[in-house]
Design a protein around this ligand. Structure first.
Ligand SMILES: Cc1ncc(COP(=O)(O)O)c(C=O)c1O
Length: 345
């Protein structure tokens, strides 16, 4: 029996019986109409409030962790190991949700431009008891991971469960296949019109690949516009399609009857123009989007969501709509973890 009360469990019950994901998130997240932030006469705007997906730590990552941490538990390990930039939202989400399940977490981290958001996340990691292994550059990640793996093995006598950066492997991406089905159910229930396109930040790609697959399976014509926020070497169409295809293979591996797919990724577009000078570097258009959204009561940041929202606002100005902004940033209050981390320092 599948215990998971999500739409994907109805579509692929055999696979989900094998995976037995956890219920860490509060789903479905609400959809709301936004004011016409791109100006009068611009396209109608909607928002998917994944910022509200968990009071512990929400945003997009908790959807992936429902599957990934279930696998870690099945493995019988006491620790998970993952990686990211110093202020990684994925790392903090992993640390906090693993902790709530009684699992310890190690993070291998590399430098990024310092901001208040980055330093708060790092303090919260420490406050929640994460072990952090710092490397001097992202090119030294593999070496740092190897060191951390061996250290865990020596100290604890077992290997930690390895979660890739951003939680973006086919297993994690299934969380966003489910998210696509969830949005389709909200459209069918009349809670919002069928969006012409969904805009979201594209980092490691599990969010965009999973969502494109989920929307296609649900029969929606909505396009997914993945707004690239990391280097092109890591975030590009070839890698995104490879992840999408691998996720589709995993989805089919349970032997469930699934709708026949069209050309993989036909509903997926990559928007490169809003990246600016680098990962974690604010752009003018991104800053403007942060301000406009703040006026509507929605908190964005510079690294991911500001850039995605800037692309959405530009498209809205071209009057094609309705458009949906997928809000991938956690809105949970982490101040107690931050304070604890700063006291312990
Ligand atoms: C707030 C936020 N939005 C979007 C993303 C991008 O998601 P993905 O890595 O699945 O492309 C991330 C990833 O770290 C994130 O932290």
């Amino acid at each position: 029996m599948v215990q998971w009360s999500r739409p994907l469990a109805t579509l692929a019950p055999r696979l989900l019986e094998r995976l037995q994901p956890l219920e860490l998130a509060e789903l479905p997240t609400p959809v709301e109409q936004l004011p016409r932030l791109a100006g009068p006469g611009a396209a109608e705007l909607w928002i998917k409030r994944d910022d509200l997906s968990s009071p512990l730590y929400g945003g997009n990552k908790v959807r992936k962790l429902e599957l990934l941490l279930a696998a870690a538990r099945r493995r019988g390990t006491g620790r998970v190991l993952t990686m990211g930039a110093r202020g990684s939202n994925h790392l903090l989400a992993t640390v906090l949700h693993a902790r709530s399940l009684g699992l310890a977490a190690t993070g291998v981290i590399f430098p990024q431009p310092p901001t208040e958001h980055v330093e708060r996340n790092l303090a919260a990691d420490r406050g929640a008891g994460a072990e952090l292994v710092e490397v001097g550059s992202k090119y030294l990640l593999a070496a740092g991971l190897m060191r951390a793996l061996l250290r865990c093995r020596r100290r604890e006598g077992s290997w930690p469960y390895l979660i890739p950066g951003g939680g973006s492997n086919p297993l994690g991406a299934l969380g966003f296949v489910n998210a696509g089905l969830e949005l389709a159910a909200q459209v069918r229930a009349g809670l919002l019109p069928e969006p012409a396109a969904v805009y979201l930040a594209f980092g490691t790609g599990g969010t965009a690949a999973g969502l494109a697959l989920g929307l296609e399976l649900a029969g929606l014509a909505t396009r997914v516009v993945a707004v690239r926020v990391i280097d092109r070497l890591l975030a590009n169409r070839r890698r995104l399609l490879a992840l999408l295809r691998a996720t589709r293979r995993l989805l089919r591996s349970g032997g469930d009857e699934l709708p026949r797919p069209r050309r993989p990724g036909a509903n997926l577009e990559i928007e490169h123009r809003f990246f600016g000078d680098g990962y974690g570097r604010a752009t003018k258009a991104g800053r403007r989007a942060v301000e406009l959204f703040a006026g509507a009561g929605i908190i964005l940041e510079d690294t991911y969501t500001g850039k995605a929202a800037a692309a959405l606002l530009e498209a809205a100005g071209r009057k094609t709509g309705p458009l949906l902004y997928w809000h991938t940033l956690s809105g949970a209050d982490i101040s107690s973890w931050v304070e604890k981390g700063r006291q312990d320092d």
